[in-house]
Design a protein around this ligand. Structure first.
Ligand SMILES: NC(=O)c1ccc[n+]([C@@H]2O[C@H](COP(=O)([O-])OP(=O)(O)OC[C@H]3O[C@@H](n4cnc5c(N)ncnc54)[C@H](O)[C@@H]3O)[C@@H](O)[C@H]2O)c1
Length: 350
């Protein structure tokens, strides 16, 4: 029997999770809940998604706006096995008592603290420890990328220490009319920024320090890393370690993919829904290894990277796949995740 899923909060992450749940052969999206009364929720209605009101005020507002409301959040919870809470930061933690009393499993997102669930999740790193739990938290977009990439190098026995600079987008494109910064860059006030310590909620043995800044663009984050390796290694060894891990793709400056916007455009051109990139995109031809140090840069599509992790978290909590590799393979196959986005170049004949 398929796992019945609710999504509470149909925003940037929630609408993507809802679509991914609908695509999975072993899951059914029973409905989404929200408090919005405008085009965002009406879009869900137009897509054939059943809409619930997250509270009484929202029910009244949605009804006034002519949105067909199928019931309350409590009624939605009565019909599902799992709720994915994708409401804004800090709202989700307050919903936990309601979820517990409904007896449903709960997937939270990175806006909540590790302490809210006591478990933080990245599928390739710690799927097994989430199996059968009642709750977990899929870590933030930046943290997910750190665990994927540094975790891959650590699993290969190559990573001793990582020091990184994160340039974050100012706000999401769909919310750019509400705020954001222009013509400046804003360094975070403290070092380490929270992403390094957050990665250790998933992989406690990572030696990682992050420094972050917010920049004046809306799409995607980029990370720049200096890596102390456990021993002198070749560039090929480092690349092989990244290739051995799931959900890391490779892009190249030599292909003209020279900036964040070019990769965004590529995702649109290869037909990704909403132009999403679920993979971490590592610039293969920028990766440099000198003795026992490596330097690399990659791009994080913040609006999408946590979506496959959320799908795997649903399977882990419900125990419908007890093995992380099985869940990852199914999620990645259904979504169409890739290692390369361009066809192999045809060799030049002399
Ligand atoms: N945006 C990103 O790039 C990103 C990346 C990774 C993780 N996250 C995390 O995902 C979570 C959701 O972030 P987002 O960017 O999708 O937020 P968002 O603001 O885009 O969407 C939140 C949605 O929840 C709705 N909402 C607000 N209050 C509600 C309530 N009380 N009950 C039900 N619905 C309510 C809003 O109307 C909106 O549709 C946060 O924890 C965030 O930190 C965000």
């Amino acid at each position: 029997m398929n796992t019945k899923v609710a999504v509470n909060g149909y925003g940037v992450i929630g609408k993507r999770v809802a679509d991914a749940v609908r695509a999975m052969p072993d899951m059914d999206l029973v409905g989404v809940a929200d408090v919005a009364t405008d085009w965002r929720v009406r879009t869900a209605v137009g897509l054939g998604i059943t809409v619930f009101a997250a509270n009484d005020d929202a029910a009244a507002g949605m009804t006034r706006a002519g949105i067909p409301v199928s019931g309350t959040l409590a009624e939605l919870l009565a019909e599902v096995d799992v709720v994915v809470d994708t409401t804004p930061k800090k709202v989700a933690a307050a919903n936990l008592p309601l979820y517990r009393s409904a007896g449903v499993k709960v997937v939270l997102q990175g806006g909540e603290s590790h302490a809210t669930t006591g478990h933080s999740f990245v599928a390739q790193a710690n799927y097994a420890t989430a199996v059968g739990r009642d709750t977990t938290r899929v870590v933030s977009c930046n943290t997910t990328s750190i665990v994927r990439v540094l975790g891959a190098l650590q699993d290969a026995g190559l990573l001793a220490r990582a020091r990184g600079v994160l340039i974050r987008r100012a706000t999401d494109p769909g919310e750019a009319h509400q705020g954001g910064i222009m013509n400046t860059m804003v360094p975070e006030a403290a070092i380490p920024s929270h992403q390094g310590p957050d990665a250790r909620t998933v992989r406690p043995d990572l030696d990682v320090v992050t420094i972050a800044a917010k920049a004046a663009h809306t799409q995607t984050h980029s990370h720049f890393w200096t890596l102390q390796l456990t021993r002198p290694a070749s560039r090929e060894e480092v690349l092989a370690a990244l290739r051995a891990a799931p959900r890391i793709a490779f892009v190249r400056m030599a292909d003209g993919l020279t900036a964040l916007n070019t990769t965004v455009e590529l995702m649109r051109d290869v037909g990704r829904p909403r132009g999403d990139m679920w993979e971490v995109a590592v610039w293969e031809d920028v990766l440099t290894v000198e003795g026992d140090e490596a330097y690399l840069t990659y791009q994080v599509y913040n609006e999408a990277i946590v979506v496959p992790e959320t799908i795997d978290a649903i399977r882990a909590l419900t125990g419908t796949a007890t093995d992380g590799a099985t869940s990852i393979a199914l999620t990645d196959h259904v979504l169409g995740m890739r290692r390369e986005f361009l066809p192999a170049a045809v060799p030049v004949r002399d």
